[in-house]
Every structure is written in C-alpha cells, then in structure tokens.
Ligand binder design. Sequence first.
Ligand code: UD1
Ligand code: CA
Length: 458
Amino acid sequence: MSLHIVILAAGQGKRMNSALPKVLQTLGDRPLLKHVVESAQALDPARIHVVYGHGGQAVQSALGYLDVNWVFQAEQLGTGHAVAQAMDAIPDDAQVLVLYGDVPLVRPATLGHLVGAAGQHALALLTVVLDNPAGYGRVLRDDNNRVVGIVEDKDASTDERHIRETNTGLLCAQSNHLRDWLARLTNANAQGEYYLTDCIGLAAEDEVAVVAGQAGTVAETQGINNRLDLSRAERLFQRRQAETLMAAGLTLRDPGRFDLRGTLKAGRDTVIDIDVVIEGDVVLGEGVTIGPHCVLRHCQIEDHTQVASHTVIEHASIGARCQIGPFARLRPETRVADRAKIGNFVETKKTTLGIGSKVNHLSYVGDARVGRNVNIGAGVITCNYDGANKYVTQIGDDAFIGSDCQLVAPVAVEQGATIGAGTTLTQTAPANKLTLGRARQTTIDGWQRPKKHNPGHQ
Ligand code: UD1
Ligand code: CA
C-alpha cells in the first residue's frame, strides 16, 4: 500500500493578526508549512498533497518550489471538505495520513507509529490527554473503552466537555474508507462545517477498528493559533536543535539562550556562549569559541579560532587560530587566513587578510587585498569609494601601516613598506621604505593662548 500524506493548510489564522497566512509564520526562520512538509518527507511517501486556500498567492510564491501536489480549497468549509479536495489525486489502495499545516513540530517517528497503527484496515488517530482540553475535539469511548467518535468542543455537552482525551487532528486511514466517509459527511453542526472528525464515528459505525495512539510528548502536537503559541513552539524547536548539536559534541553554555535559524555544522569541543544568533548555513570547525551576543550569518570558521563577544560575521570565511572581536563586524566577502586578528570596532568588507595579519583597533578595511603578517594600526581607513565607484587597496606582505592613516584607493603599499602614522596615502608606497604624508610639525615661540573677554564688553 502506498502512503499519501495530506497537509491541511487553507486556514487564515485570524488570531495571528497578521498579513501573512498562518502557515507562512516561521519557526527558526522556516515557514510552519515547510516544517510539516519536511516531517512528511521523512516518511518517504508516494506523494504529499497540500490543501491551501487563504493567502494562496503568498503561499505559492514562498513555497511553490516544494515537491508537493498543491490542492486549492477556494472556500474553507471544514477539515473534512479540505481532505476531500485532495482525494481525487489519491488511488484507492493507498494509506492516507492527514497532517495540519499549523502543527509543525510533530516528529516523524510519531507519524511512523500512526501509519503503522492504521496498517491495512484500521483508522488510527493521534490523541493527547490535556489538563485543559477547552477548544479541542474530545474522544468519545464506549463502555468497552473503544473509540466511537469525536465531538467538537462547540458541539459538546457539558459532560463531554469534561473529557480530557483530545483529538490532535492527525489521523491515518485507508483511501477507500476515507473516500466513503468523506462523501457521507454533513455540515449539520454548531459551526456549519464538514468535520473530518466525523469520520471517526462513521468508522465505528462501519465496524472499522479505531486505534487511538498517544503522542510521544504533548508538546509535539501543539497547534499554533496565536503569537504566544508561536513563541513557545520556537523555544521547543530551538531546544531540539540544541540537544542534537550537543549530542554531537558542541558545548552550548545555555541551550535556552541559543538560536539557530538555519543550519549549523560544528566540530567537537566547539563552545558557543549565550545569546548567539546563527542564521543561514554556518560551519564551525573543532575547538572554536564564540563569545556571547554574536551574530553569525552564512559563514565558515575553522579550527580553534576565537570569536569574542558582540561580533557580527556575515558571508565571510575565517581560517584557523584567528582572533576576532570583541565588537568586530565582518561583512560579506571577508576572507581571513589562519592566525589573523581582527579587533574591536573593526569593519571589513570584500577584503582578504593574509596569514598572521592584524587589524586590531577601530579600522575600516574594504575592497582590500592584504598580504601576510601585515600590521594595520589603529584607526586606519581604506577610502575605497569616491561616491560613484569602488577601488581596491593592495597591501603587500610584512607591511606596517601606522595609526590613523587613510589609504585612498586605488593605491598600493608594497611588501615590507612602512607608512607613518597619520599619512593620507594617494600613491604607491614602495617596498621596504618608510613613506610619510604628514604636515611638518612646527612650534611657535611666544604664542599666547586667547583670553576670555570681560563680561559686558562683547
Ligand atoms: C481541529 C479538529 C479538532 C482538534 C483540533 C486540534 C476538526 C473538525 N476538528 O479543530 O477535533 O481537536 O483540530 O487542533 O477537524 N483547514 C483547512 N480547510 C478548512 C478548515 C481547516 O485547510 O476548510 C485547516 C486549517 O488551516 C488548520 C487545520 O485544517 O491547519 C485545522 O483547522 P482548524 O479550523 O484549526 O480546526 P480546529 O477547530 O482547531
Ligand atoms: Ca486549530
């Protein structure tokens, strides 16, 4: 029997108060629906069908690339109606697993159990016992403890509202059964909707076995209805990622203060301090340390490099045993070779820094090709932009740039050259010589400081 997975994602999510359709809200920077599709993909189904409706255009432009069958539900007439829209594309001899686009954290293992429990003949549904079941469909059982139906909160009697076993909404059944039950649904209920959950009562009537499986944890079945739910789910998602990374040898000083919004590969004994945000694809070698409050976005950092606090690195690569920060900003296309140092309040962009070179304090180095063992003093600025075009600064190996120099690009400092402090360099500085561009210092004898005028004589 082939497995078809139907993901219901047509709802608006009014309680989000958002311009975005609910399924495009994000966890770890990925849309909720993408999380669900990824969990579905982990089961290797024959096909995934996504029923979408509200914000259809937005959903399509954000996620249209996903390898799924998009099924448009023009009007949201209920979860049963939604599943029915997808049934045309599902053969009779298939198993159908129904997931919700706003239940993003359900684990593939839990789904696998549900599919296993449904087997060839049964209807399996995932239920969860809640202390506060308000709002959820309640699971009805007969005297033999067999599941005989689900009653929606809005249709439930006072007695039924006391039932704490609730429906997560996730279920699995045979395609031919489901097709039959869906055709028999009516919308004669409190919400005037075609409830998917009425299939459970129909299954019991037809004497199809109904298996209620409990979820591994309550948390994984939590639906997201508002921004508070979203923030809780985010922490749960981050916790999971943190635990996986820690198991693989990464130290997180506090897994509760760690945010990975993308992918992270980290070598053993790498340490990440608190409140670090990681975005995009980040690769850290072994024994790397990342200080507190750093932002790492699409970057690669090799073994034993230390990044001190409050450093922002994006689209950059850094070699081994470097020291970066605190308070450094490495902008796109910064390439730092091994054992280099970039200190506080230094900004780099489109710059390569050779092995062992140092830019320790308060500099802007942009569009620069810096050789090995170069020392760039405090407050050095590459003047790379004339208001219209950008130009390159070349600095040869072993050069020494004194403090507070301006290097007006295009310009070159040759190998071993020394530039005196305060120089505004506009022409090539020849190799192994001292170049200075500095007004001569003079002292005026007999000069007197101005004095303050008498008050009244202004
Ligand atoms: C549903 C279940 C309820 C369960 C609860 C768990 C039904 C009738 N009720 O209630 O038993 O306890 O989930 O969270 O199924 N959707 C569509 N098209 C529609 C209607 C809904 O795609 O016409 C989608 C929504 O976008 C959402 C999902 O189906 O992803 C669930 O719909 P929602 O309206 O939130 O159902 P609940 O009232 O929460
Ligand atoms: Ca819901």
